[in-house]
Design a protein around this ligand. Structure first.
Ligand code: SF4
Length: 922
């Protein structure tokens, strides 16, 4: 990849040539019209402001040794030199005058806002000692790491396995777990990787051109695809920026998406547009037929006939009635998808999959179209994510842990795709366990999760959480309830490896502390990265290595050895050695590419920031597998096993890799769902949502609130201290259609009260044709708050008062709007906006999907003009009602164990997978 390739046929380059990155000269724009030359070193790193992992180049002023700006890295195979607004805004985060620079320990009661600066040694000794004690006393399940933004590949998996604990918790069940389960049931891989650039037809159930998953890399390729002639359809009740650029906008009523997708599948089947040969070869249709007609030899022709009969009810008329989309449009788009055979690219991420009960069936229904059109892994089709993602291996892999933590994977949700993370406070309130040491890492559940007031109640309670350490680059609404607030590095202040399934290639990228890298090139050396970071901002890998040594100083617990150098036996691992070993030994092709440039692999990654391992990765399921002599073949399914472990499947006489599913094929029929209590959902289906029209009480004026969309310019929590981004976006009014607004007597800018099951919030209305009738929408990311000065960024937070109205009733009220303030950044005195938006997630009760465990975000709400006394930004919540709603949803689950006394199917993966024996209930 070269700059020239990005700009073919032109002598102009958008980026300084890579050979000049060590010493780039240009005039200082701020000195114009004087011609004052500045000297820069350009050091690559990786953006940390969303999951896409785009490349950045830090422009380091060689005279002041400070970062002047961040721009794109043209050598990055996914982002190709381009970024969204959040990438360059990294400079604001680094220079934020209010950032946390030193480790803090609370000096008063938890949550009372009294802090004192401590040393890192104190931090490591206290936390390490406490964890050691828990381990010595056999309380391994009382140590938990809860991550919001991960941003590294397998690092924490290795650390937690080295500690021998089942202690990984994540944010995924408020994000994407539902869609992931839908994909995993089909293919064994839990995410799609669409090849947008080569597609003939693209269908998005998301807003990928502005904010969806892998937003910038995907957006570029969707536009590439469109420029090459692909048509784009978008299913979304909201006229997003993406929908506005689509050829076809299908404004589906929330939760009806699977009905529309299945109607499209029916049209493709009925009109002979399906690739039946692909269906016969690559799906487990036989298993379904054998279950329906035991003892009868399955015939493919009968299967097709029964499949058509199964989906008979999904007529365009039915789908239209469910969704509100015209049936002609459903038919038209279905035919275009069918005719795109082999080149149909699609994605569903949050939206419908994360909003509704049964959202995982939306992903299954979408993948059904991919399978029917034989677009699995083809050019222009949709691959499983793992084919396009790199995962490192290590010189020593710790064994899987021997514990199963029921605070993470409780028996009620045996198929939950990720940890039941948003129910942690409810579980602790119920007495299911306690935590002795709880890490939140770039994670702000009080503000991000539903039912944040319950989080506040539990975080305050030291009998439930003994010690809370918040690892965070910024103040947030959760960190104020910590015992330790530990500042961690931003994109240009830490090391990480990242790789994402952004297109049909496979790449690896390197996040690095740019000032350390630059100063090392200039001849300096550092023991720890914080010596080159602002204040004492710690590099996180170094934190975990040091902490692991404090937990096990003499190695007697068997932990320390995992954190010893692969190059200097018995000595402490350094962070650079960790990455050096991976780059030298575990990235195919990198050592050779580096040698060609006369560099070590570590220096190559440090100088270029990314490496394309392979391009055009396609149809890996068809890869030939050389079966060893001891392999066995199941005569009915064709599955080939070695020592009981499936390694492939025979297709037309050849053993090929297939998919990591029980049948090694694409599972149109899920025996797993059938055996684990959900036989009625064993085929791709349509689950009527908790906000389905028939659940709405028209007499009460109920509407559906879509709270899931995000703004392209903001990040959940971390944009709080980015001045550029907050200047662009600082309001989140309630979108309401003209019909509903008329009926309710509401006009744009009116103050409205939005009432949920457990409380209400007060916002301003925005009357717009951009939202379907019967639906209202409000973006998240907004409504940041601070209870006290010094505990929240003044670029984005309103000062609030939290008042207890009853034993379980809380009112959060804005008492000071945003305003200019004095700081070392003169821009802080120029803040011209006073609005920071309104928070809504506090007013949402938890809605765990009974199968995937995902929080179902959409809300049944009543909207009316705000009564007198209400103020903009008011939020009221009753946590007793939240617990009631939690119990109602808990009762909908179908608990395990499943066949064979299993907690969870052995074939279904889970994060930081423990030993197989822990899957069995004792
Ligand atoms: S899409 Fe934007 S925020 Fe996300 S990694 Fe790329 S530049 Fe950063």
């Amino acid at each position: 990849m070269t700059v020239e390739r990005l700009l073919p046929g032109t002598a102009l380059t958008a980026y300084p040539p890579v050979e000049k990155w060590d010493d780039w000269h240009e005039y200082d724009a701020k000195q114009w019209p004087r011609r004052v030359e500045k000297r820069y070193m350009l050091v690559p790193t990786i953006c940390f402001n969303c999951e896409a992992a785009c490349g950045l180049l830090a422009w380091i002023d060689k005279d002041t040794l400070s970062v002047r700006k961040f721009e794109g890295n043209p050598l990055h195979p996914a982002s190709r030199g381009r970024n969204c607004a959040k990438g360059p805004a990294t400079i604001n985060q680094i220079n934020d005058p209010e950032r946390i620079l030193y480790p803090l320990r609370r000096s008063g009661g938890r949550g009372e806002g009294q802090w004192k600066r401590v040393t890192w040694d104190q931090v490591l000794d206290e936390i390490g000692g406490r964890i050691r004690k828990a381990f010595l006393e056999g309380r391994r399940n009382e140590v938990m790491y809860h991550v919001g933004r991960p941003g590294h590949e397998r690092t924490m998996d290795r650390i937690l396995k080295a500690w021998g604990i089942d202690g990984h918790n994540s944010h995924t069940n408020v994000c994407s777990a539902s869609a992931r389960l839908g994909y995993a049931l089909w293919t064994g891989y839990d995410r799609p990787s669409p090849d947008h650039a080569n597609a003939r037809f693209i269908l998005l159930l998301s807003s990928h051109l502005e904010s969806g998953h892998y937003f910038n890399p995907h957006a570029q390729r969707i536009i590439d695809g469109k420029l090459a002639g692909a048509k784009l359809a978008v299913m979304d009740p909201r006229l997003s920026n993406t929908a506005s650029l689509a050829d076809y906008w299908l404004p589906t009523y929330p939760g009806s998406e699977a009905a529309v997708l299945l109607a499209m599948a029916k049209i493709i089947l009925d009109e002979g547009l399906a690739d039946l040969d692909h269906l016969e070869k690559w799906t487990n249709w036989r298993e379904w037929m054998e279950e329906r007609h035991p003892g009868v030899e399955p015939r493919f022709g009968s299967f097709v006939a029964e499949l058509k009969a199964h989906y008979q009810e999904f007529t365009p008329e039915f789908a239209s009635a469910e969704s509100g989309v015209a049936k002609e449009q459903i038919v038209l788009v279905a035919r275009l998808i069918g005719r795109a055979r082999g080149a149909f690219a699609s994605h569903v991420w949050r939206g419908s999959a994360s909003g509704n009960v049964g959202g995982w069936q939306v992903a299954r229904a979408l993948q059904f179209l991919t399978v029917l059109t034989a677009s699995v892994g083809t050019p222009g089709g949709t691959s499983p994510h793992a084919w396009n993602k790199y995962k490192p291996v290590f010189w020593k892999e710790p064994p899987p842990q021997k514990d199963w933590n029921e605070l993470l994977f409780p028996k009620e949700w045996p198929l939950s795709h990720y940890e039941m993370s948003f129910l942690l406070p409810h579980f602790l309130k119920e007495g299911r366990g306690r935590l002795d040491v709880y890490f939140t890492r770039v994670y702000n559940p009080v503000w991000t999760n539903p039912d944040g007031m319950t989080w506040m109640e539990v975080l305050r309670d030291e009998s439930k959480i003994g010690l809370h350490a918040a690892l965070t680059p910024t103040w947030n609404e959760t960190a104020i309830f910590a015992d330790f607030v530990l500042p961690m590095g931003l994109a240009g202040e830490r090391y990480d490896i990242q790789s994402q399934e952004t297109h049909s290639g496979r790449w690896v990228s390197f996040r690095q502390p740019v000032l350390r890298a630059a100063r090392e090139r200039m001849g300096e050396s550092f023991r720890f990265t914080y010596e080159s970071n602002p204040g004492e901002v710690w590099e996180e890998d170094e934190f975990w290595i040091e902490l692991s040594w404090r937990i096990d100083p003499d190695g007697a617990l068997g932990i320390r050895s995992w954190f010893e150098s692969p190059f200097r036996p018995g000595e402490k691992l350094t962070v650079q050695e960790y990455y050096r070993w991976i780059f030298e030994n575990a990235v195919p092709g990198l050592p050779e590419a580096a040698a060609k440039d006369g560099l070590t692999p570590f220096d190559y990654m440090g100088r270029k920031g990314a490496f394309l391992i392979e391009d055009e990765v396609r149809e890996l399921h068809k890869a030939h597998v050389a079966a060893p002599p001891n392999a066995t073949r199941d005569p009915r399914s064709g599955v080939v096993r070695v020592l009981g472990k499936a390694v492939g499947v025979e297709i037309e006489g050849e053993v090929v890799a297939g998919f990591p599913t029980p049948s090694r094929k694409l599972e149109i029929f899920s025996k797993t769902l059938s055996e684990w209590g959900w036989p009625e959902e064993a085929l791709p289906g349509y689950v009527r949502s908790h906000v389905h029209r028939r659940e709405m009480d028209a007499s009460k004026g109920e509407l559906v609130l879509v709270p899931t969309f995000r703004l392209p310019t903001l990040i959940h929590t971390r944009s709080g201290n980015t001045k550029y981004l907050n200047e662009i976006s600082h309001r989140n009014p309630l979108w309401i259609s003209p019909q509903d607004a008329r009926r309710l007597g509401i006009a744009t800018n009116d103050l409205v009260r939005v009432t949920t099951e457990i409380g209400y919030f007060v916002n301003r209305a925005w009357v717009t044709e951009g939202i379907a009738p019967d639906v209202v929408a409000c973006s998240h990311h907004m409504g940041r708050w601070r209870l006290r000065e010094g505990e929240g960024s003044r670029w984005s937070t309103a000062r609030v008062a939290l008042t207890r109205k009853s034993e379980t009733g809380y009112l959060l009220r804005q008492v000071e709007a945003l305003a200019p303030f004095q700081s070392s950044d003169p821009d802080s005195s120029r803040i011209w906006w006073s609005d920071g938006g309104v928070h809504q997630n506090l007013t949402f009760a938890v809605h765990p999907d009974p199968v995937s465990g995902m929080h179902c975000w959409h809300q049944k709400v009543v909207v009316r003009k705000a009564p007198s006394g209400d103020r903009y930004g008011d939020v009221f919540v009753d946590t007793a009602k939240s617990m009631e709603t939690y119990r109602k949803w808990l009762a909908m689950a179908r608990p395990g164990p499943g066949p064979g006394g299993l907690r969870r199917p052995l074939w279904l993966d889970r994060p930081v997978r423990p030993a197989d024996e822990t899957f069995f209930l004792k």
